[in-house]
Design a protein around this ligand. Structure first.
Ligand SMILES: Cc1ncc(COP(=O)(O)O)c(C=O)c1O
Length: 394
């Protein structure tokens, strides 16, 4: 039996970054905060994963390891079943995380000075990676209207036409605005990129966390032409709370693209994988589906809790309707337009650590990102903290 999502699990003394006092101090100026920031979950993994890990630990030897066929097959089966997309074993590469894959892709396919399209407000390591690799950010800012985010396709076309635009990093589903892009939206993105010779790195790490009424479409699954320009990044990191295992699958169908990507991996000696992560990934994909369905229903309950609380206690706060991801994007600009002040006050007066909206680009100013992958009791405490923070703004 997997553990209940209501269980509050003590993570102090487990080296969890989210709770690390030095890290909290560095980001928020305070150590003693309830953490709703780093995107991992407060839930124990499916029992089948713990069981497989226990067996591997009991064996007692943790030498260099290979990925067996059954590992690849588990990924292939999952992708087929959940997304109706057929991938071949040869297409699947390994990197120790998706942010590393983004960096390796930039090194493989972009020259210093090239421009890379992103859609801010977006997961901030994208911009950092682009700049760290000597490239430039081309921001196709998402349009926020009537509480919802839409893609500005006219602007995207303009940006893609730039002769220096070589790549688009697509966050799908989107962190932090929690959009699950429709097949039509993804198709328009793909057509624009195809026409302008822009390759698409689709970061689909949140692909499994999609709520009732929405459906994730794998960008590369839409057409052979899209598949040909795509690098698809997936992992069980978010789905099964395995981020610390650092096991990502980078799916590249185009053999030339794959070869160039693999050469960068080789130059950096990326190849062997942590033996425990091999076991965990396979067990999660093979046996975790029922757990995932239960998780999604629990998270939907948490969304209701957030909505109820905000409408009762903070009526001017606007929750952007979460379509996917366990990250709630809350517009608090009616209470405070100075993003820095908003972020600081939450920690200082509210005792809660949340990602500040401005971290995700200037268009995130006035928002906070709340990680709601926690027990309902912890979530309620966090919401009370946000309310206290807002009251201190007055
Ligand atoms: C969109 C997105 N990509 C990548 C990551 C992190 O990936 P990794 O830990 O595999 O580098 C996150 C984590 O929050 C994320 O939200």
């Amino acid at each position: 039996m997997s553990r209940s999502f209501d269980e509050v699990i003590d993570r102090s003394d487990t080296n969890a970054v989210k709770y690390d006092r030095t890290t909290l101090k560095a980001f928020f100026g305070q150590e003693d905060l309830m953490p709703f920031w780093v995107a991992d979950m407060e839930f124990a993994v499916p029992e089948a994963v713990t069981k497989a890990l226990r067996k591997a630990v009991d064996h007692g030897i943790f030498g260099y390891s290979t990925r067996p066929d059954s590992y690849y097959q588990a990924i292939i089966d999952w992708t087929q079943k959940r997304f109706n997309y057929t991938v071949e074993k040869e297409w699947i590469g390994f990197t120790p995380g998706i942010v590393p894959a983004v960096n390796y892709a930039l090194q493989a396919f972009c020259m210093p000075g090239d421009k890379v399209i992103i859609q801010q407000p977006v997961y901030y390591p994208f911009a950092r990676s682009i700049l760290n690799n000597g490239c430039q950010v081309l921001d196709n800012t998402l349009v926020y209207e009537n509480g919802r985010y839409e893609i500005d396709f006219e602007d995207l076309e303009k940006k893609a036409r730039d002769p220096l635009a070589t790549m688009m990093i697509l966050c799908s589903p989107h962190n932090p605005v929690s959009r699950v892009f429709t097949k039509e939206e993804l198709s328009r993105i793909g057509e624009i990129c195809l026409e302008n010779n822009v390759m698409v790195l689709a970061d689909e790490i949140h692909n499994d966390i999609v709520f009732e009424g929405y459906e994730h479409t794998v960008f590369a699954s839409i057409s052979k032409a899209f598949e040909d320009i795509a690098i698809t990044c997936t992992a069980p990191s978010k789905t099964f709370n395995l981020a610390g295992m650092q096991a990502s699958s980078i799916v590249i169908a185009n053999p030339k693209t794959r070869e160039r990507f693999n050469r960068v991996l080789e130059r950096n000696s990326i190849g062997f994988q942590n033996p425990l992560s091999i076991v965990a990934v396979e067990a999660a994909y093979r046996h975790g589906e029922e757990w995932l369905e239960d998780l999604l229903r629990y998270l939907e309950g948490n969304i209701m809790t957030i909505k109820d609380f905000l409408s009762r206690e903070l009526p001017e706060a606007k929750l952007v309707e979460p379509e996917g991801t366990y990250l709630a994007w809350i517009d608090l600009s009616a209470y405070e337009s100075d993003g820095m002040k908003l972020e600081k006050t939450m920690a200082q007066a509210g005792g809660v650590a949340l990602d500040g909206g401005s971290w995700f680009g200037p268009s995130g100013n006035g928002f906070l990102r709340l990680n709601f992958a926690c027990s309902r009791s912890m979530l309620l405490e966090g919401l009370k903290g946000i309310k206290k923070g807002v009251e201190a703004l007055k």
